[in-house]
Design a protein around this ligand. Structure first.
Ligand code: ADP
Length: 169
């Protein structure tokens, strides 16, 4: 049984993330989507609970996905859940440098743990959580960026910061 971890901020989950998660579910037996705290980014726009709910709503059709959260080293988390590999999505040259470095550092910390890169699907190459937040905050249409079941909650939440959503799709 092969278990992989898909780590990220998912602030919020986008079609780009979902594409990587869906493709991973076809390749591996169990896919753990884990919300990690990224110390290079600020606290984030959505709470961890909101992000977990959004991911849940978007992955109900995938029966080998588990959602989790972790504040610590990815290599420690992977050890804890007995993961065989980490799966990351690669968008463009800009992702490569950072992801490559992280993968090498993780290899040092846990030589048993492989990092596997899936190239983005061309239609999502430009897509990131920050694009979603920026477009939404300026009143733009985010239908092409996030799944329909979480779209209204994202719009509501970003128009009223501080008010939490209870996305129960
Ligand atoms: P973001 O840059 O959107 O904040 P995260 O930190 O949540 O992304 O990223 C989690 C993982 O998902 C990373 O491996 C990232 O490269 C990947 N990812 C994010 N958006 C896309 C996309 N549009 N296509 C492919 N992979 C993506």
């Amino acid at each position: 049984m092969k278990t992989v971890v898909c780590p990220g901020s998912f602030d919020p989950i986008t079609f780009g993330h979902l594409d990587i998660i869906e493709r991973s579910t076809k390749l591996f037996d169990k896919v753990i989507v884990v919300i990690m705290r990224n110390r290079n980014k600020d606290v984030g726009s959505f709470t961890v609970e909101e992000r977990v709910n959004f991911i849940k709503c978007c992955t109900t059709h995938l029966d080998n996905v588990v959602i989790d959260k972790y504040d610590g080293l990815l290599t420690e988390y992977a050890r804890k859940v007995k993961a065989d590999a980490v799966v990351k999505g690669l968008r463009a040259v800009s992702d490569f440098d950072d992801e490559f470095r992280q993968a090498l550092a993780n290899q040092r910390l846990n030589p048993e743990l492989e990092t596997i890169f899936l190239t983005t699907s061309a239609e999502y190459m430009f897509l990131s959580s920050s694009v979603v937040r920026q477009v939404c905050e300026l009143g733009g249409d985010i239908s092409a960026f996030v799944p329909p079941q979480i779209r209204d909650d994202i719009i509501k939440r970003l128009s009223k910061p501080g008010e939490q959503t209870n996305s129960l799709c």
